[in-house]
Design a protein around this ligand. Structure first.
Ligand SMILES: Cc1ncc(COP(=O)(O)O)c(C=O)c1O
Length: 361
């Protein structure tokens, strides 16, 4: 029987989880600080981890809020800063779960197109002539779902507009440290720390189950979000924060990043090579990191037919339309390469090309 290839979920490869290190750090952390790790504490997070994250990002502990995953923190940010009817700009396509949260807050969501160089800055400028956003949600590094990065000039322009037009930027950066080729691009947070809430997470760096996401920003904004967080859970998961604080204090983060780069780099390369080989001209940008590559197909290919035909060919895909606020105007397919071997990636893209050829005939 043909083995099914799952191109649907952007989850880390379990091979990447530092299990033995976490076992050891759990014992050490409990020995050193059980009374704090197992107790209620400030909603902003376990103090030693706040300090580590603050210095990692060139800030201080008071600029850091740690929560149970970054997605929930985004919900708290929305609750702290948004009112029903407010305008929010997002990239189009963007992370679907963030849009689901925005919809719960009753805001008007405007999608700004993303191309091979990240957000379309001219389209952003035109949208600003028509709307006054309260908040702009962006994933500038190895964006979910496209895999592309927004360049430095566009980041500076957005930072400048945020001052002129008085909007808050939420920069979601869970993939920023997963760069396998090329040079790091400074974050918007580093350009405009007074206008930006930078979100990041240990989900892609250690494991999703550890449930540690964090937010960096000005102290007052951090306190505002911390008050919302406290109203929901009093204290976030100090136990895992204590273990991760110990792990970070041992200098294990740079080693883990190197392991992740070595694991994922050949998978990204395999994915890009397979798209070039089997579906030439469809790749959106040339991803240099993260978990995703993506392709653009003819809008005349019906999405439901595509997903069904892929399934028949032993390929699981997710809906590309789900990443758009409106009609994309083309057929979008996200290809998460992170949890597949190079051989599976090659075979998966080959099967997809077969399906596309059949449906285009
Ligand atoms: C852009 C983006 N933001 C947030 C998250 C959620 O991260 P967490 O597990 O920290 O809630 C994901 C997970 O896939 C993501 O891709």
């Amino acid at each position: 029987m043909t083995q099914t290839i799952n191109f649907s979920r952007g989850v880390p490869d379990p091979l990447s989880f530092p299990v033995a290190e976490l076992q050891e750090m759990t014992a050490v952390a409990l020995k050193n600080d059980a009374a704090k790790m197992l107790q209620y504490g400030p909603a902003a997070g376990y103090a030693p981890l706040r300090e580590f994250i603050g210095s990692w990002f060139g800030a201080t502990a008071s600029n850091v809020l740690i929560g149970n995953g970054s997605l929930e923190l985004f919900g708290f940010v929305c609750e702290a800063f948004l009112q029903p009817g407010d305008v929010v700009f997002v990239e189009s396509p963007t992370y679907d779960r963030a849009v689901t949260i925005l919809k719960k807050h009753g805001v008007q969501i405007i999608g700004i197109p993303v191309g091979e160089n990240g957000i379309d800055i001219d389209a952003f400028g035109r949208a600003l002539q028509q709307h006054s956003p309260k908040l702009v949600y962006l994933i500038p590094d190895f964006q979910n779902p496209t895999g592309v990065c927004t360049g430095l000039e566009a980041r500076k322009q957005i930072a400048q507009w945020s001052r002129e037009k008085n909007f808050l930027i939420v920069e979601d950066g869970p993939y920023a440290f997963l760069r396998y080729h090329g040079e790091t691009i400074p974050s918007i947070y580093s350009i405009a720390p007074d206008r930006t809430l930078h979100m990041c997470s240990f989900t892609k760096l250690i494991s999703p189950g550890i449930r540690i996401g964090f937010l960096l920003g000005e102290e007052q904004a951090i306190q505002q979000v911390a008050r919302v967080a406290e109203s929901y859970y009093i204290t976030p998961g100090y136990f895992s924060q204590g273990v991760v604080a110990e792990w970070c204090s041992r200098g294990l983060l740079p080693l883990q990043l190197e392991r992740l780069h070595n694991l994922y780099r050949p998978r990204l390369d395999a994915c890009v090579a397979a798209i070039d080989k089997y579906l030439p001209g469809t790749l959106i940008g040339r991803p240099q990191g993260g978990f995703f590559a993506s392709i653009r197909l003819d809008a005349r290919i019906d999405e439901r037919e595509l997903l069904a035909a892929a399934q028949e060919a032993g390929l699981v895909l997710t809906s590309g339309n789900a990443f758009f606020v409106g009609d994309p105007g083309y057929r979008f397919v996200r290809l998460p390469f992170c949890a597949l071997t190079e051989a599976e990636i090659d075979e998966g893209v080959k099967r997809l090309a077969g399906v596309v050829k059949k449906l285009s005939a």
